[in-house]
Design a protein around this ligand. Structure first.
Ligand SMILES: Nc1ncnc2c1ncn2[C@@H]1O[C@H](COP(=O)(O)OP(=O)(O)OP(=O)(O)O)[C@@H](O)[C@H]1O
Length: 271
């Protein structure tokens, strides 16, 4: 476990920061509104590198809004306004020198419903690579094998790479989407309820994959499923009505929360 700057106990402030050498993302006084209606209020937290951080909280508390802010998906919505900063590896993601396409390569995103493109398994994984650079076929093939292996899918698809991605099961499609995201070598993978549309076995595969991927990159997971957050994440942030209520090591937050509001939520007394 990384050493946070503040220890967690009820007499001290909650853990919100990591030392710079462990910090991947730093969110500083972030507020965000949709057409003037506040969805995130003055959030400050940092996300450690090569760990899994989960965002939990009741429906509508702002989990997905926060996740989408990290790769500037809100840029596509003119009704969104924000204040505060998000710093990725030392660089303000809204800085004038930031190329949004490059930011979205560095910060990949996987959504609730698997969304493979209507093309072959191979072409799905090659898609982002082709946009990025012209690679010799041999090199591209190696990256595709690496990405599918990292997404725990290679053994299941290596003999049918040129078949339609839509012939895969829902769980396999979600792992394919993860492989597609990994192929362009992101620093961060944002996962918005990646297993909620899947059966229990596929869900366990995705969870195992998330745990294994942290050796490659930093992961941020939105989940409604508290057992899932407890199983896969190292750190958990509990949000309520757009505010960060508590943030800390997952085992601590689930077994010994600092605040009554957190305890009420994790024990099912607040929905
Ligand atoms: N595109 C949008 N336009 C307007 N309001 C939005 C939009 N997206 C989200 N909101 C509002 O922002 C608030 C936070 O929504 P968000 O989807 O981030 O919550 P959430 O915690 O991810 O919810 P859920 O768990 O149900 O997915 C809600 O009040 C929601 O209605």
């Amino acid at each position: 476990m990384l050493a946070p700057l503040h220890s967690v106990n009820t007499s001290q402030p909650p853990v919100t920061h990591f030392p710079p050498e462990h910090c991947c993302l730093s969110i500083d006084h972030l507020s965000l509104a949709y057409a003037g209606k506040e969805a995130l209020r003055d959030l400050t937290l940092s996300i450690p590198r090569h760990r899994v951080t989960a965002f939990i909280g009741p429906s509508g508390c702002g989990k997905s809004t926060l996740l989408r802010a990290i790769n500037r998906l809100h840029d596509l919505n003119e009704a969104v306004s924000h204040s505060g900063q998000i710093v990725l590896e030392g660089q303000d993601i809204h800085g004038p020198q930031v190329n949004v396409t490059e930011l979205r390569r560095r910060v990949g995103m996987v959504f609730q419903t698997p969304n493979p493109f209507p093309m072959s398994i191979y072409e799905n994984v090659a898609f982002g690579l082709r946009l990025q650079q012209r690679l010799p076929k041999r090199k591209r093939d190696d990256i595709i094998e690496w990405a599918l292996t990292s997404a725990a899918l290679w053994d299941e698809v290596k003999d049918r790479l040129h078949r339609s991605a839509w012939q895969l099961s829902g769980g396999q499609q979600q792992r394919l989407v993860i492989a597609r995201t990994l192929a362009v070598k992101p620093d961060v993978l944002l996962l918005d309820e990646p297993a909620s549309a899947l059966d229990p076995i596929s869900t366990l595969k995705i969870e195992e994959l998330i745990r294994n991927l942290k050796s490659e990159l930093t992961l941020v997971l939105v989940t409604h499923n508290m057992q899932q957050a407890a199983r896969v994440s190292d750190y958990t942030a509990f949000l309520h009505q757009g505010e960060l209520i508590e943030y800390g090591p997952t085992d601590q937050l689930f077994t010994n929360p600092r605040l009554q509001r957190t305890e009420n939520y994790i024990t099912g007394r607040v929905t």
